[in-house]
Design a protein. Structure first.
Length: 645
């Protein structure tokens, strides 16, 4: 329990490891020359970042020229570094927005029973809506919000990247909140932590490891849809933004394989740099939040994190953040006190009773004590009846509120469905709806095969990577690079291989979909395996369990919930990836595979808004139905039987 309670200690230094006084003493003994050198490097990096922002920001808000918004970008190789910076900035902004959305949405869904029953199904629908569906509906709004400026197109691009990142992270955070260890929840209650304190002392630390892995995966998903986000084609209009995704799209349409190769090389360099400077330090730092009573045999290390720990960045950040935290705390207490004064005195909580003492004997409140020391049980009986009446009254009010709340939602849903059906009947006819459902079953078959095959391959490998620190230190950077690399950059080369081996895109599209979505399963399984307490692993070794018994009794139950989360997000990602996998354009040629993704992409390119709406609705129906029939029962099974706490 002592190690559990360490999570509630105030984080006076952000980047120090959680264990130990020895590490703090070692940090204080760092040579002054090393500290000065570390400070110089950190300051130089920060100045470089601010300089890059100052260089990029004017172009983001640049006015639209007389020729309007460009529909193409230059494929000059000298522009590639600048394009890469623009793409990285969009990804960073979208990731920050996704993180804020994750905290707000996930916390609301987990803490409110009534909201959770609405927000989680809505999240299922949102993750099923393809990125082209969001772009078709919102690009005009963004352009209207920022008229005459490129900021409107930039906002549309960032929003498109956001829609490819946020849902995966939110599902991960929500699952962490609903599966918090009982010991930590009880500790938070006993320490009387406020909602704000519990969020930062329990909710975020407990979810840090899986959330971090899902952030990596979300960035990989953002890279996968980068070409569609930077070369926005809606109706008869194409809006092109400078970026490495639009560069690849333009070079691919021109059939220039050499320039695509250079873009891939630059992309690999960007991914490696982000891995070394961002993900590796964060994964090493996040080890302080691992719930265990014994230290790991191999400690994750990062040269960048060591550099930060040797510098004074911790002290500077704490000096900057502490006043902000004090202001927030003071404002919160002021509002709380004001609310308490206006609401008046409250009744004591049900079940909380005082005790009276007569002749040294403790008697519960509600029992009448007479002058001779005897007591009467009538008072206690009346009190119990009053408590029962109040409890039943609250239950009736809660039921009435639920009926009213969900009744309004049901009426609104039925009204929306009726209006949609009437619109379909007036425009395209119901035959188009049945056609979309038929194409949806074809894409569903591809998604189902993909999930099964990827699970059989990546669950064992993910467990090996997550539980073996030595293997993880070697393989994890490679996995992060592969997952972060936009798979559609290599689509032209894969299509050349398909043509050489006469592989139809009807079957090859499953491989194209897997290139971008298989990592959801792998990353979640790695996160689940790395979160298994070392105490349980040592116990299985002490009991001399066989490999099969260890997998059956510990490993598979421990990673089952993470696999379910990965399966949900991988399935949603696969449905989205079908849009760029079932129709591929290269060198003036268009290859198509029969399916719902191709249907939506063609309707979007032609500007047929009703067909786009039909395709999006049908895809949402398939995803939600699959979630209700398969994933939610598996999720409940994981929460009920397979929680390591």
């Amino acid at each position: 329990m002592a190690s559990f309670l360490k999570m509630f200690e105030p984080p006076r230094r952000l980047f120090v490891p959680a264990q130990t006084q020895e590490t703090d003493e070692r940090d204080t003994k760092t040579k002054p020359a090393v500290r000065v050198l570390s400070d110089c490097v950190v300051v130089a990096v920060l100045l470089a970042l601010f300089g890059a922002l100052a260089y990029l920001l004017p172009a983001i808000d640049a006015p639209i020229g007389p020729a309007g918004i460009p529909s193409t970008v230059s494929t000059d190789l000298r522009d590639l570094p600048y394009y890469a910076l623009r793409s990285v900035l969009r990804m960073a902004i979208a990731l920050l927005c996704s993180l804020v959305f994750t905290f707000v949405y996930g916390l609301a869904a987990a803490r409110s029973r009534r909201l959770g029953k609405v927000l989680i199904p809505v999240l299922d629908v949102l993750q099923s809506v393809p990125i082209l569906g969001f772009l078709s509906a919102t690009v005009t709004i963004w352009l209207a919000l920022f008229p005459g400026s490129m900021l409107g197109v930039e906002a549309a691009s960032v929003f498109a990247i956001f829609t490819s990142q946020a849902w995966n992270m939110t599902f991960s955070f929500y699952r962490s909140l609903t599966s918090e260890p009982t010991e930590l929840v009880e500790a938070a209650k006993n320490l009387h932590l406020s909602a704000w304190q519990r969020f930062w002392k329990l909710d975020v630390p407990n979810s840090m490891i899986p959330l971090l892995w899902n952030c990596m995966m979300s960035v990989g998903g953002g890279w996968f849809f980068l070409t569609a986000s930077e070369m926005i084609s809606v109706g008869n209009h194409t809006y092109a933004l400078p970026g490495i995704g639009s560069f690849v799209e333009q070079a691919g349409s021109e059939g220039d394989m050499g320039k695509i190769g250079w873009a891939i090389a630059v992309m690999i360099a960007v991914v490696l740099l982000i891995d070394v400077c961002v993900w590796k330090p964060l994964t090493a730092w996040a080890e302080k939040f691992r719930i265990t009573q014994s230290e790991s045999e191999t400690v994750k290390k990062s040269a960048v994190l060591t550099l930060i720990r040797h510098s004074h960045l911790n002290d500077v950040l704490f000096a900057l953040i502490r006043p902000v935290g004090d202001v927030i705390a003071q404002t919160w207490h002021a509002l709380k006190n004001a609310f308490s004064r206006t609401s008046g005195s409250r009744r004591p909580a049900v079940g909380v009773r005082t005790a009276s003492t007569v002749d040294g004997e403790v008697r519960p409140a509600g029992r009448a004590v007479h002058g001779d020391g005897s007591d009467d049980a009538n008072g206690a009986h009346d009190l119990e009846e009053g408590v029962d009446r109040r409890r039943k009254s609250r239950a009736r009010r809660r039921m009435a509120g639920d009926i009213a709340f969900f009744g309004v939602l049901g009426i609104a849903f039925v009204w929306g469905v009726v209006q949609l059906l009437l619109s379909i009947g007036r425009t395209t006819g119901f035959s188009e709806l049945w056609r979309a459902f038929g194409l949806g079953f074809i894409t569903f078959a591809r998604v189902a095969v993909l999930i099964v095959v990827c699970s059989l391959i990546w669950v064992p490998l993910g467990v090996i990577i997550g539980m073996n620190s030595k293997i993880s230190s070697v393989v994890q950077p490679l996995v992060q690079v592969l997952a972060s690399f936009p798979a559609n950059f290599v689509f032209p080369f894969v299509l050349m291989w398909f043509a050489a081996w006469h592989v139809s895109l009807d079957f090859g599209s499953m491989l194209l979909m897997a290139l971008g979505t298989q990592w959801y399963i792998l990353f979640n399984v790695i996160a689940g395996a790395s979160s298994i307490p070392d105490d349980l692993v040592e116990m299985t070794k002490s009991l001399h369990m066989s490999v099969w018994m260890r997998w059956k009794t510990l490993i598979l139950p421990a990673v089952f919930g993470s696999w379910v989360t990965g399966g949900i997000t991988a399935a949603g990602g696969a449905w989205n990836a079908s849009i760029v996998s079932e129709i591929v354009r290269y060198n003036g040629k268009t290859l198509t595979a029969k399916g719902l993704g191709c249907y939506i992409a063609e309707a979007t390119a032609k500007g047929e808004s009703m067909k786009v709406l039909i395709g999006v609705v049908v895809m949402a129906v398939f995803v939600v139905a699959l979630d209700r029939a398969v994933w939610q029962p598996l999720q409940r099974l994981a929460d009920r039987r397979f929680v390591v706490a």
